[in-house]
Design a protein around this ligand. Sequence first.
Ligand code: XMP
Length: 315
Amino acid sequence: MFRPEDFIADTIANLKKTIPEKALIAFSGGVDSTVSAALVQKAIADNLIAVHVDTGYMRKNESKFVIKTMEELGLNYRFIDARNDFYQALEGISEPEQKRKIIGEKFIHIFENVADQENIQCLIQGTIAPDWIESGDALRAVIKSHHNVGGLPEIMKLKLVEPLRDLYKDEVRKVGRILNLSIAERQPFPGPGLAIRIIGEATPKRTELVREACDIVETEIEKAVNDGKMGRPWQYFAVLIPIKTVGVQGDQRAYGYTIAIRAVQSIDAMTCAFSTIPHQILDKISTKITNKMGAHINRIVYDITNKPPGTVEWE
Ligand code: XMP
């Protein structure tokens, strides 16, 4: 049985031995990177530098939230606004694995630059078991290259330390609760961010649309959960499908993109079942999205695929 208290004590002791004085952590503000940062901070205090990168593919107000979290934790941190860099790197790129690899490589180059400036040799990542299992190895097929695994260059200058590598999400949450981290209950958000919630090319314009749609899905579902109208899904978000369909807007013909609503129940993300969101909530989400973005989006669909055969994210 997994004992979070033992895991915490063993991990801190190990980190003290394995980290060569200073380290950087890729800090996304999600459960995995925050729990990793809290553990490493206990081992090496201010010799840990947390780096948060705004890739442009973050959720609405996410980077502000992340900065606030880093300040509350008392982390020694750096914030890097790399939005234009990422948008440019993904220009004209539609294939999901290529998108993931480019994003992973960009992240690593940014971290290598910070490490050079700060004279650091070690990178901490919040990789958990499903990330590397699904990224494939000699024994397993690649399902998708999780950005914190598949994007690593063959020759990486930094020593990589992954304190949560053998844990599943429910175990990471248990560790987070013992460490009193309020983010322990946050829904997972993938490293490549909204770029993999846009099918095909993740242009800045499409990103703005999916960012707004994700915000509406999150806000309405959280409201419904707080009002006792449904249980909290494991994950809930929007996907932009850049297929245009015909609709009406006022008394005019409309021709806009499609948004899919995705919400799933899971324990460890290795398998999942689609959530049954009550119809009135779906109705609210649909109306809000089309009211707000009717000029660009005029069709909303609901994804009723389990994993397998689907995956949680669409790319
Ligand atoms: P899939 O889509 O593979 O997702 O069923 C399983 C879980 O992993 C999250 N996910 C990622 N997390 N880097 C991450 O840190 C990634 O590249 C990545 N891709 C998917 C996904 O949101 C779900 O919780």
